[in-house]
Design a binder for this molecule. Structure first.
Ligand code: GTP
Length: 352
């Protein structure tokens, strides 16, 4: 069978992310580095994927989605391959282009994939990762992005499909760009995002915090931040801080019964940088952490910060509870629907 993973047609409503691209473009590496803490060098030994691999990423209450890693050499447009079913349930389609290789073929494949997918489901977010940019100079990167952007959009205009919107990201597994890009892709799939952003804005304005991020600890994806612009260095510092906290907790912390990472209610860290900035990390939910940057003088009023944090945490948990309730009622509804289908006139169907 083409579909190698169990239960590919599960009816559970979860936004699905598809990872597509030519062979060796880096799809499996991206997935391993972002979600499995694999070190980038180890990806050199990854074997080629030859079946569709579906993985549920439900390590965080908010980041709850599936990734389908498609083998590069497979022909999605083979009539026996039900691409309609796959695209119908897709939230985001990430197309990976190897920037160190000739990308003419990748672009025509991108065009084909996007146009087919759009016909089935116009609500998909199309995300193009211009990948492996670690080997390129800054000028070269921008030049490549401009060229790929132009060619891909020209192809869409030629097909009278300019209404399809493609987003582009420069990525590499050797730095934080892949986490940043994934964060943006995931954020677009989180319906509560405006609420979370609002909560963060209120939180930081009350106690003069300069920047705050809400992180999914396991993947280091930030699922929301306040409305001030994000700079790469700040984001990298947050990722490093999470690594430090988790690594120290792995060595000295107490592992929970369920395995996983030693991260709990008590998890928090303060790092003072030598430019009078303080970084403050605190647990918000089982999977989420707040990481914020503030001036030393603002940090003196720690009691006030902690009080506001307490309110912020409560609000986040309430947002989360609403989501749980919605999911539960959806599940109930679909169960009822299914049981009604099974007994069309009151008598159970006898299996043939
Ligand atoms: N320089 C560089 N190499 C990368 C990067 N990402 C992946 N690679 C390398 O690219 C090669 C192919 O990566 P894979 O993840 O196996 O590619 P794939 O798209 O899953 O390939 P298939 O399974 O054949 O479809 C590996 O040797 C990786 O180490 C990157 O960001 N920079």
């Amino acid at each position: 069978a083409v579909l190698g993973c169990r239960d590919p047609f599960s009816s559970e409503v979860k936004p699905r992310i598809l990872l597509m691209g030519l062979r060796r473009s880096g799809k499996s590496s991206i997935q391993k580095v972002v979600f499995h803490k694999m070190s980038p060098n180890e990806t050199l030994f990854l074997e080629s994927t030859n079946k569709i691999c579906r993985e549920d990423v439900s390590n965080s209450s908010f980041v709850h989605f599936q990734i389908w890693d498609f083998p590069g050499q497979i022909d999605f447009f083979d009539p026996t391959f039900d691409y309609e079913m796959i695209f119908r349930g897709t939230g985001a389609l990430i197309f990976v282009i190897d920037s160190q290789d000739d990308y003419v073929e990748a672009l025509s494949r991108l065009h084909l994939t996007v146009t087919r997918a759009y016909k089935v489901n116009p609500d998909i977010n199309f995300e193009v990762f211009i990948h492996k940019v670690d080997g390129l100079s800054d000028d070269h990167k921008i030049e490549k992005q401009r060229d790929i952007h132009k060619r891909a959009n020209d192809d869409l205009v030629d097909a009278a499909l300019e209404r399809i919107h493609l987003s582009f990201y420069l990525t590499s597994i050797y730095d934080h760009s892949i986490f940043e890009a994934f964060s943006k892709v995931v954020q677009k799939l989180i319906p509560q995002l405006p609420t979370l952003e609002n909560l963060l804005n209120i939180f930081i304005s009350r106690i003069r915090i300069e920047k705050a991020f809400l992180f999914d600890v396991v993947s280091k994806i930030y699922i929301a931040t306040d409305s001030s612009p994000v700079d790469m260095q700040t984001y990298e510092l947050c990722c490093d801080m999470i690594d430090v906290v988790i690594d120290i907790s792995c060595i000295y912390g107490v592992m929970g019964d369920e395995g996983g990472i030693p991260y709990d209610k008590e998890s928090m860290a303060i790092i003072r940088l030598n430019n009078t900035t303080v970084m403050y990390l605190k647990e918000v939910t089982k999977f989420l952490a707040l990481v914020c940057f503030l001036r030393e003088e603002s940090f003196e009023r720690k009691g006030l910060i902690d009080y506001n944090f307490h309110c912020f945490r409560k609000a986040i948990q309430e947002v989360f509870e609403v989501r749980l309730k919605v999911l539960r009622s959806r599940k109930l509804l679909s169960q009822r629907r299914r049981s009604r289908q099974a007994t069309p006139n009151g008598t159970p169907r006898v299996p043939s």
